[in-house]
Design a protein around this ligand. Structure first.
Ligand code: FE
Length: 186
């Protein structure tokens, strides 16, 4: 008896729904592994994931892309006042999660739920206003930025590599080992 060309649902094989079938081929050679970090927006969980950066300032790394020169992190500030004045070489995307902050050079104030784009080339001075107990903002930072005085004189710099060094030092210090930082590197 010839096989019935129809499947159990009665559809002809040619029209069988393929939408639930995973991709069947190998991923491309040299493709980087993905990253999955659960509950990163739960800002009050997993205190040791916050890397100290300065007095009252921490960041939580999500990805440190040494291959493309960008990083994504959540910055947490628990002090008010001037944080830093810096000049960006690449674009920044900022999603405010908690608290308030602004730049001396702009008249907007970022609050939870707000998005800001910082164009490459811009120099600005980050302020957390008085009365804000905690500010948390997810920053996607491409390139680096240079710390400058009010007249643009370079005082220091930050980029994915200085971030990585900071992260490695943190995990070494808390006993997980510097290699723990590898999970963020792509
Ligand atoms: Fe900035």
């Amino acid at each position: 008896m010839p096989a019935d060309p129809r499947n159990e649902s009665g559809d002809a094989p040619a029209t069988r729904d393929q939408s639930r079938i995973p991709y069947q081929l190998p991923q491309p050679t040299a493709m980087m592994p993905d990253i999955f970090l659960g509950q990163v927006l739960d800002l009050d969980a997993d205190e040791q994931s916050w890397v100290p950066q300065a007095e009252g300032v921490w960041f939580k790394p999500l990805i440190l892309s040494v291959s493309q020169g960008y990083y994504v992190n959540i910055l947490r500030v628990r002090s008010s006042g001037i944080l830093s004045r810096h000049r960006h070489s690449g674009p920044v995307h900022a999603f405010t999660l908690r608290g308030r902050w602004h730049y001396l050079e702009h008249d907007w104030v970022a609050t939870a739920g707000d998005y800001a784009f910082e164009p490459p080339g811009e120099t600005h001075t980050l302020v957390v206003p008085e009365g804000v107990e905690e500010m948390a903002t997810l920053f996607h930072v491409t390139g680096g930025y240079t710390y400058v005085d009010p007249h643009g004189k370079a005082l220091g710099y930050e980029d994915v590599f200085t971030k990585l060094e900071n992260v490695r030092r943190h995990y070494e210090r808390i006993g997980l080992g510097a290699g723990y930082a590898d999970r963020f590197i792509r």
